[in-house]
Design a protein around this ligand. Structure first.
Ligand SMILES: Nc1ncnc2c1ncn2[C@@H]1O[C@H](COP(=O)(O)OP(=O)(O)OP(=O)(O)O)[C@@H](O)[C@H]1O
Length: 251
């Protein structure tokens, strides 16, 4: 399987204190890679390093390389001439708490499409519909496109955020505990959605649930104190001893 994200010697520090330390990691193209680990082990910081979102925090410094092998060529995330807007379009992110824009359901998709991709009119509406469909939300919102996005349920808002990312046609989707703020049934529904989306996108997902990782991941990467402590391929968790070792690392 080819590698789509190659992380080399990545160190991220806040105020001079490294929280991700000299990490090497490869994310295979297609499928779901789940990042597990204790609270504070650096999972979110590692995720945000892929599309340079850590730079939004003052006092954050990053060293090392993140290289992406995209459909139409390579992108070196931290090269001086890299267009960060383009990087973030190709590597979308969905946060733990749904961050819908305080405007209508349709504007949540149409506005980024216009601002990021310069797409408006019929083409934008077609993209919106297709993204809402892919996110399993179209049937629930087709008659509420002008309603405020905040009137949607938590699970629907999270799917709206996914649709917003998908509409920009990314290659990689970063998902930070995407099911953390929804109830169990909505979480299972989101998991089913992720399993469908992995056919088209590479998903890198932070999770706190070993069971969730077992259900959805092709590969589990376990972090401990800013470093990767183990990588398990699908099925390896079932091997004698693996589960205990991962539990020990994570909880
Ligand atoms: N913007 C920031 N400014 C300062 N320190 C930060 C910032 N973001 C993260 N950190 C610190 O970096 C360390 C790793 O945090 P991170 O959120 O990456 O861990 P995590 O494994 O995702 O944790 P959790 O599972 O609790 O979300 C923590 O000590 C955290 O306090």
């Amino acid at each position: 399987m080819s590698t789509i994200v190659r992380i080399e010697g990545l160190t991220v520090a806040f105020g001079g204190t490294p929280v991700v330390r000299d990490v090497d990691m490869e994310v295979p193209a297609g499928g779901i890679t789940v990042l597990l680990g204790r609270s504070g082990s650096g999972k979110t910081t590692l995720l945000r390093a892929v599309n340079r979102l850590n730079e939004c925090f003052p006092g954050c410094t990053t060293s090392g390389r993140v290289r992406l092998a995209l459909k139409d060529g390579h992108l070196d995330a931290y090269a001086p001439d890299t267009n960060v807007e383009e990087l973030r379009r190709r590597v979308g992110m969905v946060f733990q708490t749904p961050n819908v824009l305080p405007m209508s359901v349709e504007k949540n998709l149409l506005l980024p499409l216009r601002l990021v991709c310069g797409i408006a009119g019929l083409e934008a509406h077609e993209r919106m519909r297709s993204a809402l469909n892919e996110a399993g939300l179209w049937d629930e919102v087709e008659n509420r496109l002008n309603a405020g996005a905040q009137t949607l349920s938590g699970g629907q808002q999270q799917r709206l955020c996914l649709a917003r990312a998908i509409a920009l046609e990314p290659d990689v989707l970063l998902l930070d505990e995407p099911t953390a703020s929804v109830d169990y049934q909505s979480a299972l529904r989101l998991e089913e959605l992720l399993l469908r989306l992995k056919e088209r996108y590479t998903l890198l997902v932070v999770s706190h649930s070993l069971r969730q990782a077992q259900r959805i991941a092709e590969r589990i990467v376990v972090m401990r104190a800013g470093q990767i402590s183990r990588v398990l391929e699908k099925g390896e968790l079932a091997k004698a001893g693996s589960l205990e070792e991962v539990l020990d690392d994570c909880f």
